[in-house]
Design a protein. Structure first.
Length: 283
């Protein structure tokens, strides 16, 4: 009888251990993901402010994230989680850089390599085309925005994920509805613009972006329907807050929140304000 009791006890213990292990291996069904929005990285004082930071400030941000256990992720990681339940790191964070500035190539890229981190770059098609043509005329010149060759190098590196900021909708209204514009005209205009950059990315990179980054954060009426038909499965806005991603909830990938990083507020301060970082901000 005692041997039988021990035998069944071992079976129960084994089952409990296996169950606990399976629970630990199950992916989280809901994950908080902060997204930080950068624009220009520059050493020129006149451009440092709400949308411009210095290379040293950017490096300090990356150091802070590294030292505090954050892991940088890209949009494909978030899509894989929401659509397929693929596990995300324990403390995920996404760094986005809008407009395709050449500072992404000269300042950001070397730092990403140095600290083995990743970033999402939203490029503007018309600007990239224009400076690519200018570079063909003056190959040694440095331009405010990247050329296709530079974008291709960053894309191929694995440190940068390229996404769409539209081809030529980065104006006052961004991708929003123009005054007096019919729903049909808006649909036609935005579709054509987005497809133009998708085609350019495929031609130059052999890759098609899966995320639309709304220029200026302006979201037009019925724009989700339009970008979905173009092929985007996610979008980023400019409203501030923490994203709550849910497995099986594709809607959580749209109009994702981003927190702007100005020169006077380091990333630690931003994370602390979101209740995600108990540590003291770096100086």
């Amino acid at each position: 009888m005692q041997k039988l009791f021990i035998f069944f006890s071992l079976i129960i213990l084994t089952c409990q251990t296996a169950f606990a292990a399976s629970v630990l291996e199950m992916p989280a069904l809901e994950v908080d993901v902060p997204i930080i929005m950068y624009h220009l990285v520059t050493e020129r004082p006149k451009y440092i402010g709400k949308y411009g930071i210095t290379p040293d400030q950017l490096e300090q941000d990356l150091i802070y994230l590294k030292e505090n256990g954050y892991t940088t992720v890209v949009m494909q990681d978030l899509i894989n989680f929401a659509e397929h339940g693929k596990t995300l790191p324990q403390k995920p964070i996404m760094l986005t850089f809008d407009d395709g500035n050449s500072s992404d190539y000269y300042y950001l890229f070397p730092l990403l390599q140095k600290y083995e981190m990743k970033a999402v770059l939203a490029i503007i098609g018309e600007v990239t085309d224009r400076y690519t043509k200018d570079a063909e005329k003056t190959p040694t010149a440095k331009f405010p925005n990247m050329t296709w060759q530079q974008v291709k190098e960053l894309h191929a590196s694995g440190f940068c994920e390229i996404q769409s900021h539209g081809y030529d909708v980065h104006g006052r209204l961004g991708s929003g509805n123009k005054k007096g514009e019919s729903a049909e005209a808006y649909h036609t205009r935005l579709t054509a613009d987005l497809k133009k950059l998708q085609d350019a990315c495929q031609e130059n990179l052999g890759y098609t972006p899966n995320t639309f980054v709304y220029p200026l954060g302006v979201v037009g009426k019925n724009s989700k329907e339009i970008i979905t038909k173009v092929g985007f499965v996610a979008s980023l806005g400019c409203e501030e807050g923490v994203n709550v991603l849910r497995f099986g909830d594709s809607d959580s990938l749209y109009k994702m929140y981003r927190y702007n990083r100005p020169s006077n507020k380091c990333i630690a301060t931003i994370l602390k304000s979101l209740g995600l970082c108990p540590s003291q901000p770096q100086s």
